[in-house]
Design a protein. Structure first.
Length: 604
């Protein structure tokens, strides 16, 4: 007799509290001992997820409530990782839509809810962070309902239960004036509102591979939901792709189910279970793993295509090979091919002579996370500026990706933000007061105009603004957009930076390097005050004499250099510049290091 089941995914905009809510559910369902030490945001297990405080990979877990096993899938909130969300919803029979009590529905809320409604799922709506001082729960409920209507929800989906919660404090209530004790009302609503999986236990075994994972002991692991039948360890299976072609045959060497943050080995899995299997080497996401009797693949959602790409090349700077262990084009190629195989939202293409690779993705963050991960694995690479991927319509006209941008700013900064988005060819759709002295602005802007805008936006709003963007559609090309206004300060020689030289060059612009930093000819060491590039010598020391007098020695006072993150550097560079990425350093450089070659390329 199999245990009763519920499969549910949690979807929301970034930072609305999905992972924190799952933490509280796991703690209150009796999963941990009372004195057990538990990490915060337990589901964000990757190093980058912990550092950035965001979910990058979707992960399942399960809790038991009133003898019913509830499988819960944590999904990413960032638009760049939307590919994960689309696939994961296929494993769920219901969704919890989480919305911030102050921010209300945001662009990613609209995106993930649209995908869930299209798959016929019935959402449970939770207004989270009720304890915020600027919360406005009643208005947010109205906004959520309007969003359901705008996304063509059917009558069944519009009849959604509404709960109010504070995920961090671990309570959830059906009415605002109910006692705020625990999350039991939420767990009860999940049992009542989400139907058990409608499955055929007697049919031959078939499951859809939805997520790819790797285990240091088991190798490649495939995570997915069993659609029909059951399977035991060591059963013979085969996998077929979406066209019905056989990918490979093999055995199920290991079957596991999710419990808390761990995977527990089991002997048998049944229809409706979310499981992890090992033993197949070629099967990938969207393939059907089934018994030999099955010939029809399970339908899977096609993934939205990438809208942005970067070119990755071997690091050929004078400082190459000093820090990384993996520096050859073969090693980089194999790593990128492995990534494209496990991450369906990424595309891989290579040049004719196989020395440069074009990687397509959903946005700068997704591409930045891939490059940061490779850097930590010991790779050295050179990366180009991100560029958008164009399409052509039936008449041959060029179309470019457009994004819907939602901005919350203090009223005093709204005119500056509107002006800068107009310069970036953005079109204002809406402007309204959002309460507490804030204004909400909505734009439709070309993706290429938004590359690198995040850091400028934070400067304009003194760090108080919130900018959210999501892919909207392809539209006719909007014309030229002005790029970076300032030129670069370029090192004329190779060596080590001298403090005295920086002191005398500070009035030329803002520096990116500190004394004792190794530099080379053609490396960008700062930003010029003017719009042209300027070559400077940062190695020039003070000419020493044997005369000493009180007036000749000035104290060297240096302005702190500008420090940029990987994504900021990728967005900062121009077409003729590159970013050198090594395990310990990020350096900006010109594509042509020699000044004569730069002049020749500029003339050409």
């Amino acid at each position: 007799m199999t245990q009763e089941l519920r499969n549910i995914a949690i979807i929301a905009h970034v930072d609305h509290g999905k992972t924190t809510l799952i933490d509280s559910i796991m703690k209150q369902s009796g999963m941990f001992r009372e004195n057990q030490q538990v990490d915060e945001r337990l589901m964000d297990s990757g190093d980058l997820e912990k550092e950035r405080g965001i979910t990058i990979l979707a992960k399942p877990t399960s809790v038991t409530w009133k003898d019913v096993r509830i499988n819960i899938i944590d999904t990413p909130g960032h638009a760049d990782f939307g590919g994960e969300v689309e696939r994961v919803l296929g494993m769920a029979d219901g969704v919890i839509l989480l919305t911030d009590a102050a921010e209300g529905p945001m662009p990613q809320t609209k995106f993930v809810l649209g995908k869930a409604l299209a798959q016929g799922l019935r959402p449970i709506v939770i207004i989270n962070k009720i304890d915020r001082s600027d919360g406005r729960p009643e208005e947010v409920v109205d906004e959520v309902f309007d969003l359901f209507v705008a996304l063509d929800a059917n009558e069944n989906q519009l009849d959604f239960p509404i709960l109010y919660a504070s995920g961090r404090n671990g309570w959830c209530v059906c009415e605002l004036d109910d006692p705020r004790d625990n999350l039991h009302p939420l767990l009860d609503v999940i049992l009542d509102h989400v139907k058990p999986p409608q499955v055929d236990q007697s049919a031959p075994f078939a499951m859809l591979a939805t997520l790819l994972d790797s285990d240091p002991y088991l190798g490649r692991c495939l995570v997915g939901r069993v659609f029909q039948g059951s399977a035991k360890v060591n059963d013979s299976v085969r996998s077929i792709d979406l066209n019905g072609a056989v990918v490979e045959t093999g055995r199920l060497t290991k079957l596991m189910m999710f419990e808390g943050a761990d995977r527990r080995p089991v002997e048998t899995v049944h229809a409706g279970d979310i499981v992890c299997i090992a033993g197949l080497t070629k099967t990938s996401v969207a393939d059907t793993i089934c018994s030999v009797a099955v010939t029809e693949p399970i339908k899977s959602t096609p993934i939205d295509p990438p809208t942005m790409s970067v070119t990755i090349m071997v690091n050929d700077s004078p400082l190459a090979g000093r820090e990384g262990k993996k520096v050859t084009s073969t090693a980089i190629r194999e790593r990128l091919l492995a990534e494209a195989e496990t991450n369906v939202a990424i595309t891989f293409a290579e040049s004719g002579n196989k020395d440069s690779f074009e990687i397509g993705g959903r946005g700068e963050l997704q591409l930045g996370v891939l490059i940061e991960t490779m850097r930590r694995e010991g790779f050295e690479l050179t990366v180009s500026r991100p560029k958008v991927l164009y399409k052509e319509d039936d008449t041959g006209a060029r179309l470019e990706p457009m994004e819907e941008v939602t901005i919350d700013v203090d009223e005093e900064f709204s005119s500056t933000v509107v002006d800068s988005l107009n310069r970036r060819r953005g079109e204002m759709l809406d402007m309204r007061a959002a309460g507490a002295g804030k204004t909400r602005l909505m734009f439709k802007a070309p993706s290429r105009g938004l590359i690198g805008y995040q850091s400028q936006f934070l400067t304009q709003t003194r760090g108080t603004g919130v900018l959210n963007r999501i892919f909207d559609s392809y539209a006719p090309h909007k014309g030229a957009i002005e790029g970076r206004r300032n030129g670069a300060l370029i090192s004329t020689d190779s060596g080590v930076v001298v403090a005295y030289a920086l002191f005398n060059l500070q009035d030329r612009g803002q520096m990116f390097v500190t004394p004792q930093t190794p530099v080379y000819q053609g490396m960008i060491v700062g930003e010029h005050n003017r719009d042209n590039d300027l070559e400077i010598n940062v190695l020039k020391g003070k000419q020493l004499t044997n005369v000493r007098s009180s007036g000749t020695d000035e104290a060297v006072k240096l302005v702190p250099p500008r420090v940029m993150s990987l994504e900021q550097m990728m967005a900062y560079i121009n077409e003729d510049e590159l970013l050198e990425v090594t395990p310990q350093n990020l350096r900006l450089r010109k594509m042509h290091l020699c000044p004569h070659e730069r002049k020749r390329a500029a003339r050409a």
